[in-house]
Write a protein that binds this ligand. Structure first.
Ligand code: FAE
Length: 523
């Protein structure tokens, strides 16, 4: 690599960062895009993987993304993804029934490599995306920074909040084209529920805020005017957006990575095992059919390996590799400090309002950082099925102290979670109940036990951690014990996303890591 860049003088970290806020490494590394012979593999194409691949491609490094999920291309006529009611097997990763946490279950004739995975761990169920674009295909687009205090207390002096706020959060927002809901759309029929929520949040003595959204509002305008089939306006979110209203990673980072000419994306390539070789790494892959059958098994080799399979899958791959002797030098802390980010939901019914059809994506939140039990952000999430339920769904993200640890189980040959209890900690449940109580006292309504039995205690959309810094990896994702092995996804979070949704932090930490990794690599 160094010979390709003879004469290239890396800037100091600070100068480099200041010169590249919006474009990231692109400005610095474009022109260096001759292939060096160095090869990289990125496992997973979610927030961490997509960022890593783009920056590697711009630096002239031949990169393969190995992604187990399918690549879904929006058909303008609609029908790319499963609808909500009833869902079909495109909705679900490798099961014969649907898994959405709310509402009835639907059976499928056979398994499929659908977009939403549920990982059943002992004491906690985790939802994650499984597609080119990872979680961005199924997510709510909420792009929310943490508070300075919570972030800094989670990261200590390993990551500087000012640097994140000045450099990396803006860079990610710019790539994802994040904006707040425009007035004309907030005033439309699909957001009647949001306007009701704004009023009720105020009556309960809280302040609301409109949050950053990775959404193309023009697509939603086209839905509203009837020019394209309805999608956001009828609540399509968790199984993918048929109108393409989401600014998911397959619309920005990933095509930009491919456009460098150095990055190729390989869908339906499931990594089963990673192994250190004398030089570089070998990656064992099952090539899947769209129904999930194994068509062939292959091995790929690379000099640089970036593991970005999402917090749970990355942690499992590493814990299993350590136990099997494939990566024996991994630190004993790999697998620990894993958390569910206090991500819980509760629903209020009989809110005495005709809510109409509740369109998505979610656009507003309440900061309840002074909550008596734990700091939290509470997002008003449209109820994800298209009916007039007279109900309001809220998604809380609570600073939860509970942590678990993944350990290898020789009987199943898998890493399993040791989680201290059932579901989220009592702190999370009390904080959510306290918030709900204030909303009910001010506005009426009851807890919607038909849909959600209680503030949900047992599942999360926000797996966080498993590769703690600084013991398992440094704050740039460089894994201890190995050269050129990196973790750049949600596994690098300190067991929490600090009472915020994780995607912004994951992508921003990956951007920060890639700046540093490529600078030291090329320097
Ligand atoms: P992720 O995006 O999960 O990407 C990992 C990728 O690796 C996936 O594409 C996998 O298919 C792939 N993969 C896994 N195992 C393998 C393997 N063995 N071989 C090959 N590929 C593999 O990881 N966050 C927000 O900030 N705002 C939201 O509004 C929001 N809404 C959400 C709604 C739902 C329903 C869900 C499930 C999550 C939501 N999240 C939200 C969380 C967010 O999606 C999640 O934190 C990020 O996607 C995690 O990013 P990673 O890069 O860690």
């Amino acid at each position: 690599m160094k010979s390709v860049l003879a004469g290239f003088r890396p800037l100091s970290r600070r100068r480099f960062i200041q010169g590249s806020v919006a474009a990231g490494s692109a400005a610095l590394f474009s022109g260096c895009a001759t292939s060096s012979g160095t090869t990289a593999i990125v496992i997973g194409s979610g927030f961490g993987g997509a960022v890593a691949a783009l920056r590697l491609g711009q630096a002239g490094i031949r990169t393969r993304i190995l992604e187990r999920g399918q690549r879904w291309t929006i058909d303008p006529a609609g029908g790319t993804f499963s609808g909500n009611l009833p869902p079909d097997n495109r909705s679900t990763w490798m099961r014969t029934e649907s898994i959405a946490p709310i509402g009835p279950t639907f059976a499928f004739p056979r398994e499929h490599t659908g977009v939403l995975e549920r990982i059943d761990l002992k004491g906690m169920q985790i939802y994650a995306g499984s597609a080119v674009g990872g979680g961005s295909v199924v997510y709510g687009g909420m792009t929310v920074p943490p508070s300075r205090e919570l972030f800094q207390s989670a990261f200590g002096d390993l990551v500087d909040f000012d640097e994140m706020e000045e450099v990396y959060f803006p860079r990610v927002r710019s790539m994802l084209n994040v904006s707040r809901v425009p007035d004309d759309i907030l005033e439309s029929e699909m957001y009647k529920i949001a306007r009701i929520a704004i009023e009720q949040i105020g009556k309960a003595g809280f302040e609301h805020q409109l949050i950053g959204q990775a959404t193309d509002w023009d697509v939603i305008r086209a839905e509203l005017s009837g020019d394209i089939p309805a999608s956001a306006t009828i609540g399509e979110l968790i199984y993918g957006a048929n109108s393409g209203y989401k600014n998911s990673l397959d619309k920005n980072y990933l095509p930009a990575a491919e456009a460098t000419g150095n990055v190729s994306i390989h869908p339906l390539h499931q990594v089963d095992r990673i192994e250190a070789k004398e030089r570089g790494y070998s990656v064992h892959v099952s090539e899947l059919t769209s129904d999930g059958d194994v068509g062939a098994t292959r091995k790929f080799y690379c000099d640089m390996l970036f593991v970005a399979a999402g917090s749970v899958n990355t942690t499992r791959l590493l814990v299993e590799a350590r136990a099997r002797g494939d990566l024996p030098n991994l630190d004993s802390s790999v697998g620990s400090e894993w958390g569910a980010n206090g991500n819980t939901m509760f629903i209020r019914t009989e809110i005495n309002e005709d809510t109409g059809v509740q369109g998505v994506p979610p656009i507003l939140a309440t900061l309840d950082l002074e909550n008596a039990y734990a700091p939290m952000i509470v997002e008003q999430a449209p109820f994800p099925v298209a009916n007039d339920c007279g109900c309001m769904l809220q998604v809380a993200v609570v600073g939860d102290p509970r942590r678990g640890e993944f350990a290898y189980d020789p009987e199943t040959d898998r890493a399993i979670l040791d989680w201290p209890g059932e579901g989220h900690s009592p702190t999370v449940v009390r904080a959510a109940e306290d918030h709900m109580r204030r909303m009910i006292e001010a506005n009426g309504g009851v807890m919607g036990h038909d849909w959600i039995p209680e503030p949900t205690t047992h599942f999360s959309y926000h797996p966080s951690g498993g590769v703690p810094m600084p013991t398992a990896a440094d704050s740039f994702g460089r894994v201890e014990g190995y050269e050129d092995l990196y973790v750049v996804d949600g596994a690098l979070l300190p067991g929490t996303a600090s009472a915020a949704n994780p995607s912004l932090q994951i992508a921003a930490l990956a951007e920060r890591a890639m700046d540093e990794i490529l600078l030291s690599y090329l320097g």
